[in-house]
Design a protein around this ligand. Structure first.
Ligand code: 1CP
Length: 338
């Protein structure tokens, strides 16, 4: 039995499992080599390459879980709005939505049909992988923000203007995205993933009432549909003050960013919910002894917690030194120093 699955089931008695968000990515020299030959979307679309990239960090560092190499924004590509990834600026939607009529004009298709390569990649991985495999999707609010802004945003001006001015059509968009997300998650379960993570990366930018109606309600709907099939971990960056709300919708685990103390959170989070996190990704630029000390501090704080999963508070940064990742994984897997 794997230590990651044991932690999700609340039966881990030893050192915590470790995996890192964005562990298969640009900080890996071998990934950058593959990117000389293939674009990011080409990598995402070929099952054998999905499997190869997913396994890169496992082969290099031996994390306790793998995450399917893919992207939350592929659903938007399937909806026909045109998706590109540019090296300098990140994702770009060619035809972002601007008004209610654009929502109604979206094709009534199931993204899972045109994204079957994700399922093929998972099936290949399940034949060779020695650790559990995590599938994922973006949450409806976060996906809506990309399909409206058209690119990475920090202020979400267009998204929020639409949400406040025309909540009815904003809800229609969220409903449509929720159906697509559920379809993608079900597809990954059917293909064999051992757990799921749902990324609501930008929900933490919402005001409280809007968080409840435009993010939480949809997260709840998704969790209800997936419940009892495979464990689901929820990641809402910047939403650690909303712990009560997040626990109320019944995820199997919650992933936290680095602004909070995990031992303090454990006093309010029910013991049947796993806690995942939460080192600052920037810590991986620190001297190796500092990385070891901070990893030890976090492990000591969560000592004896059978449902703690070691991770970063957000994705690993592209310029992270490989040696730092190696030292972090080693430190956690050797367990607490006495
Ligand atoms: O090679 C490249 O240029 C592409 C870089 C890259 C990679 C490796 C992107 C573009 N996405 C990914 C993989 C990815 N994305 C994974 C799979 C594997 C892994 O974790 O190792 C996952 C789970 C994601 C999830 C994802 N994509 C999220 C949610 C998590 C988070 O970081 O908050 C989001 C918001 C995206 C959108 C996205 N994809 C890529 C970029 C540059 C972005 C934009 C990020 C932003 O707006 O800040």
């Amino acid at each position: 039995m794997s230590v990651f699955v044991e932690a999700l089931q609340g039966r881990n008695r030893g050192r915590p499992p470790i995996w890192l968000m964005r562990q298969a990515g640009r900080y890996l020299p071998k990934y950058r080599e593959l990117r000389q030959k293939w674009s990011f979307l080409q990598l995402c679309r070929q099952p054998d390459l999905i499997a190869e990239v997913t396994m890169l960090p496992i082969r290099t560092f031996g994390m306790d879980a793998a995450i399917v190499f893919s992207d939350i924004l592929l659903i938007l590509e399937a909806l026909g709005v045109g998706l590109q990834f540019q090296d300098a600026t990140g994702p770009l939607i060619e035809r972002p939505l601007e008004k209610a009529a654009d929502v109604h004009a979206l094709p009534r298709i199931q993204a899972r049909e045109s994204l079957s390569f994700v399922s093929e990649g998972i099936k290949l991985l399940k034949q060779t992988l020695s650790v559990p495999l995590i599938g994922f999707a973006g949450a409806p609010f976060t996906l809506a923000s990309y399909i409206i802004e058209g690119k990475t945003s920090r202020s979400f001006e267009k998204t929020k203007r639409w949400m406040y001015a025309d909540p009815a059509s904003f809800h229609q968009l969220l409903d449509l995205l929720t159906d697509q997300v559920i379809g993608m998650l079900e597809m990954q379960i059917e293909a064999g993933v051992d757990a799921l993570q749902l990324f609501d990366s930008w929900a933490g930018t919402l005001a409280y009432p809007q968080f409840c109606s435009f993010s939480l309600a949809y997260l709840q709907k998704i969790i209800q549909r997936i419940k009892g099939r495979v464990p689901l971990i929820l990641f809402c960056k910047g939403a650690s003050s909303l712990t009560t709300e997040l626990t109320s919708i019944g995820p199997n685990g919650i992933s936290f960013d680095w602004n909070v103390s995990l031992p303090a959170l454990r006093t309010v989070i029910p013991s049947q919910i796993a806690i995942q996190g939460n080192l600052d990704p920037q810590l991986l630029h620190a001297p190796l002894n500092v990385i070891r000390a901070e990893a030890q501090r976090l492990m000591q704080g969560m000592r004896g917690d059978p449902r703690f999963i070691f991770n970063l508070g957000h994705g690993i940064l592209p310029d992270t030194p490989v040696e730092a990742v190696r030292v972090l994984v080693e430190t956690v897997q050797q367990g607490e120093s006495q």
